[in-house]
Write a protein that binds this ligand. Structure first.
Ligand SMILES: NC(=O)C1=CN([C@@H]2O[C@H](COP(=O)(O)OP(=O)(O)OC[C@H]3O[C@@H](n4cnc5c(N)ncnc54)[C@H](O)[C@@H]3O)[C@@H](O)[C@H]2O)C=CC1
Ligand SMILES: O=C([O-])CC(=O)C(=O)O
Length: 268
């Protein structure tokens, strides 16, 4: 079998971590291209002795890749995904929150036999929630807590003139649905949207968000009540070089890539 040619769209915390793991060598998988703003000035990176991938604009990735990992700011998802879906290829979407505003991408995937894959990213339990959704889920409730700097720049807070960095004690800053969270915190709560897509949808998945000055890890707790199982799950993520983003997110994308090529595939 030929190597799977992977494109990485966005070379920030997640993109760099994926590139670093692929540079160390993952069987059957090759980093073919990286989408950046200015391909003429490729970013400095330690390619660990390997030939660097090609650097292109986001919309130029498709001809060079069999699959793209979208790990750029949320508003760029359609620009990255559209050429791949039109070509019947796969898009791994980390900015899952952006899918809610772009249902046409799912239609495009359907029309061209493409596929949008939402990996676990920074959350846990999507496999069990998917299985529970094959029966009846009564409720999905999430509580997310992050250190203050993880929330800087969130539109929900800026609109209300909330200076999150001045908080002195754990504070409930949002309570609502996953859909509302996706628009108010586009760089923070993709996890809630991923959970909602696996379970009862973005309008029925309920979420509380706490900003906590004493916290070091991005923590997400999920409670699911269903007719097959009660789920109670928590993940405490060590932030990556981007304080909004857990380190495990990039590892989840690598695990998904391995699964695409593996003779033994574990998990739903
Ligand atoms: N699904 C999940 O569980 C999680 C999803 N995320 C999401 O994944 C995405 C990426 O996260 P990070 O890597 O932490 O973000 P980041 O901010 O570290 O990296 C984004 C990169 O995209 C680049 N970029 C911006 N505009 C561009 C353009 N026009 N062309 C090419 N590159 C451009 C930036 O320069 C930056 O290098 C975000 O949307 C984030 O919210 C993050 C954590 C968990
Ligand atoms: O890393 C996390 O804790 C989750 C996150 O940023 C997201 O869902 O966008």
């Amino acid at each position: 079998m030929e190597d799977l040619r992977v494109g990485v769209a966005g070379f920030g915390a997640i993109g760099r971590s994926i590139a670093s793991q692929l540079a160390q060598g993952v069987e059957g998988i090759r980093l073919a291209a990286v989408g950046v703003r200015n391909p003429d000035a490729p970013p400095e990176f330690d390619w660990q002795g390997r030939t660097p991938p090609r650097f292109v604009l986001l919309e130029e990735l498709e001809p060079h890749c069999d699959i793209v990992i979208e790990c750029a700011p949320a508003h760029l998802l359609p620009r990255i995904a559209t050429p791949f879906l039109k070509a019947g290829k796969k898009v791994v979407s980390l900015s899952s929150g952006a899918l809610l505003g772009h249902p046409e991408l799912v239609d495009l995937a359907r029309a061209h036999n493409g596929q949008i894959l939402v990996p676990s990213g920074a959350i846990l339990g999507l496999d069990a929630i998917l299985a529970a959704a094959e029966g009846t889920i009564q409720s999905v409730k999430m509580t997310s807590r992050k250190p203050l700097k993880g929330f800087v720049g969130a539109p929900f807070l800026e609109k209300r003139n909330i200076d999150v960095m001045s908080l002195k004690e754990p504070t409930l800053i949002f309570s609502g649905t996953a859909r509302e969270a996706a628009s108010g915190f586009p760089a923070n709560l993709n996890v809630a949207v991923s959970v909602s897509l696996a379970g009862v949808g973005p309008d029925k998945t309920l979420l509380e968000v706490w900003a906590d000055p004493g916290l070091e890890r991005n923590t997400h707790h999920i409670e699911v009540v269903s007719d097959s199982a009660l789920l109670s799950m928590e993940i405490q993520n060590i932030p990556s070089e981007n304080p909004k983003t857990g380190r495990i997110t990039a590892q989840s994308a690598i695990a998904l890539l391995r699964k695409l090529r593996a003779p033994l595939s574990v998990g739903t």
